[in-house]
Design a protein around this ligand. Structure first.
Ligand SMILES: [Zn+2]
Length: 287
């Protein structure tokens, strides 16, 4: 046998292959795994609707809303590691189809640890189906209201700021869950489809609230336009989750306001998925 063949044979001995595979997997895992002590928030491009994936420092995962259809499954498949088959908490901001229908597919495909809903009822077959799946699978359900908090390890907390106890409305938008995600010095606010009156009501109870990132309420609709919200939050970044629609979302008023006061904004319809990464002190946009 030639010397070169011996070297090749040696290089591909089973032991070497195993060692190389482990090394390769280690590098791959440390690079792609979300379990790297940082927080990643991805506003998924689900078309006209909302869906935000949160990957916690300890590898746990939460999803706020699921967009209007099955597309969310493709997005999750792309964003989550292939071995991840569970979602620890699913928040439904309110039961309108553009936030909820995708979650029906998520509940069928993934093992969901808990579902968080609001009191807003929307008597549609889709909402019935959503609730039926939650019940049939015995998934614990929590009612979100001011003060309800979720602790995730790694120092991450999700606090419900709204709705307040006793508030009622015929408009499910105005009973949207408002969630504040805190990771050390960074804060992200999720506002569902909250409209102006409800926003004012929330602000009247929130003494001081500054955030790094706000998801703009109601896809940037003029019904949700409220300068007081941004005066209080002073966000660095605003994210508008929106797709092709006939409602005029986002409104020009909202966009020109952001431009006037210098809030950087990203739109899912123009830029696709928007991933933000926090180490607890700084938020940066990543691929
Ligand atoms: Zn909506």
């Amino acid at each position: 046998m030639f010397e070169q063949d011996k070297i090749v044979k040696k290089l591909f001995s089973p032991l070497v292959v195993v060692v190389l595979s482990i090394a390769f997997f280690g590098v791959w895992y440390s690079y792609f795994s979300p379990e790297n002590k940082n927080l990643r928030v991805t506003y998924l491009d689900v078309g006209q609707g909302d869906s935000t994936l949160i990957q916690f420092p300890d590898g746990k995962v939460a999803l706020i809303d699921g967009g209007p259809d099955k597309k969310v499954l493709e997005d999750l498949g792309r964003k989550l590691p292939f071995y991840k088959r569970g979602i620890d908490v699913v928040f439904l901001s309110h039961p309108h189809a553009d936030h909820m229908v995708g979650l029906i597919y998520v509940l069928q495909r993934y093992k969901v640890g808990r579902v968080v809903v609001t009191e807003g009822i929307h008597e549609t077959p889709e909402y019935r189906e959503f609730i039926d799946i939650v019940k049939n699978k015995n998934i614990p359900m929590t009612l979100a209201r001011e003060g309800v908090a979720f602790d995730f390890s790694g120092g991450v907390k999700m606090n419900t700021l709204y709705p307040h106890t006793g508030i009622s409305s015929d408009n499910p938008n105005d009973l949207s869950e408002v969630l504040l995600l805190t990771f050390r010095n960074n804060e992200f606010l999720f506002t569902g489809d909250l409209e102006k009156d409800a926003t004012e009501s929330m602000l009247s109870r929130s003494k001081k609230l500054r955030v790094d990132v706000v998801k703009v309420p109601h896809h940037g609709s003029k019904d949700a336009y409220d300068e007081n919200l941004y005066a209080m939050l002073k966000p660095e970044v605003a994210v508008i989750s929106v797709g092709e629609n006939k409602y005029g979302h986002p409104s020009l008023m909202t966009l020109s306001f952001f431009e006037k006061i210098g809030i950087k904004y990203f739109r899912t319809d123009k830029e696709g998925d928007i991933s933000l990464f926090s180490d607890g002190n700084n938020v940066i946009r990543v691929e």
